[in-house]
Design a protein around this ligand. Structure first.
Ligand SMILES: Nc1nc2c(ncn2[C@@H]2O[C@H](COP(=O)(O)OP(=O)(O)OP(=O)(O)O)[C@@H](O)[C@H]2O)c(=O)[nH]1
Ligand SMILES: [Mg+2]
Length: 372
């Protein structure tokens, strides 16, 4: 074995490379930094456990490493992190709230991530600081994230005033919601004034995201069958604006027709924000067409809800709703994790399917077991 002297080089060949080997073995070991060479900041970043103050100061001073670690701390399912995480959040709360929170939903492949990249870059140019989060309901089943792929936001992820955080993957949607809401708080305390949240429009997730944002955008595409057929009325009802994306090339005309159909449908729906008529627009996340117009709509909306007091009112309602949602989640988890309930649930299900008991009696029986 060839021995190199790590002390005198900044990188050296690992011991396992054959003696007299040439450049065909490209692997080199980079010499580490000795303890005495570490700066105070390096030491702080290397330490496994930070104090509450260190987390809080790191976030407020926009230390990206500590920001990411703080989010990891609040996302942790380990109960020993819970108290520290809540202390950190409490200290950050006074610094939060000063952002515009924008939810973006739409069918898979509609171009949400591409739009976020384009809109994000546009906003950075205007001097904003942009945080991108994703809420991915499927991750609760697969334990993996289909969204939040930084690869599709490659240019945005390189920007220093942008921070992209993929969906927290563990737990039920309730758990994901808590983590996402707390992540918003942390990002706002770090000074991000625009929070973009991507979610896929497949069911409950958009209702969840609607309850944590100020503005909700639905992204659709023309030419995917009957324009409005596949979209549940429910999602349209939650939207403050609809973007018919991919209005480029041959698609432009189709997109305009889809936007007009969509406007007709929106006209008959109850507005999700009182006094604000949601409208459909066309645009292209790929070419950037329609992005400045979309931003104008969002700004107009912001001044409308701020002047009318709806902005503050909705934020307050959302906080209260959050509390009760957490209580419900906790009660539900507690019920289904109860050992006696777990033992009886299969046999009771069987009794229901065999018509031996009514659903009401079954529910009463299970609750009795739970409370006993
Ligand atoms: N022609 C055209 N293609 C687009 C446009 N926006 C997105 N795409 C393409 O559509 C595909 C899906 O885009 P994404 O941005 O990943 O879509 P998404 O809605 O985030 O997808 P999911 O996160 O998987 O639900 C990619 O291949 C994009 O390049 C657009 O405005 N025009
Ligand atoms: Mg996406």
């Amino acid at each position: 074995m060839k021995k190199s002297n790590p002390k005198h080089t900044s990188s050296y060949k690992p011991d396992w490379t054959p003696e007299n080997s040439g450049n065909e073995f490209a692997v080199r070991v980079v010499k580490g930094v000795s303890k005495s060479e570490l700066t105070k900041n390096d030491k702080l970043l290397k330490r496994k456990n930070l104090s509450v103050d260190e987390y809080v100061n790191g976030v407020i001073n926009f230390n990206r490493n500590i920001l990411a670690r703080t989010i990891t701390l609040i996302e942790s399912n380990n109960s020993k992190h819970h108290d520290t995480a809540q202390e950190v959040l409490k200290s950050l709360l006074p610094y939060s709230g000063k952002s515009l929170r924008i939810g973006i939903t739409g069918v898979p492949g509609a171009g949400k991530s591409t739009l976020i990249e384009m809109l994000g870059l546009y906003l950075l140019k205007q001097g904003h600081k942009v945080a991108v989060l994703t809420v991915d309901p499927s991750s609760t089943v697969t334990k993996g994230s289909i969204l939040g792929d930084k690869t599709r936001m490659e240019n945005l992820s390189k920007e220093k005033n942008c921070f992209i955080r993929p969906s927290p993957s563990a737990g039920n949607l309730g758990g994901v919601t808590r983590k996402s809401r707390e992540t918003i708080t942390i990002c706002e305390a770090a000074g991000f004034d625009i929070i973009l949240i991507e979610t896929v429009g497949v069911g409950q997730s958009e209702v969840t995201v609607r309850s944590m944002v100020d503005f909700f955008l639905l992204v659709l595409i023309a030419g995917a069958g009957d324009e409005l057929q596949g979209i549940k009325r429910g999602i349209m009802e939650l939207a403050d604006a609809v973007l018919i994306n991919k209005a480029d090339g041959d698609n432009d005309k189709k997109a305009k027709i889809a936007a007009s159909d969509c406007n007709n449908a929106l006209h008959y729906l109850q507005p999700t924000t009182k006094g604000w008529q949601a409208k459909a627009f066309t645009g292209s996340a790929l070419t950037g067409k329609g992005i400045p117009e979309l931003w104008d709509v969002i700004k107009k909306y912001e001044s409308f809800v701020k002047q009318s007091g709806l902005f503050e009112q909705r934020r307050k309602e959302q906080s209260i709703e959050w509390v009760f949602r957490m209580i419900e989640d906790s009660l539900r988890d507690n019920f289904y994790n109860n050992e006696n309930v777990k033992k009886s649930i299969t046999s009771i299900k069987e009794e229901i399917t065999k018509d031996k008991i009514t659903p009401t009696i079954a529910a009463e029986k299970l609750l009795k077991i739970y409370y006993s």
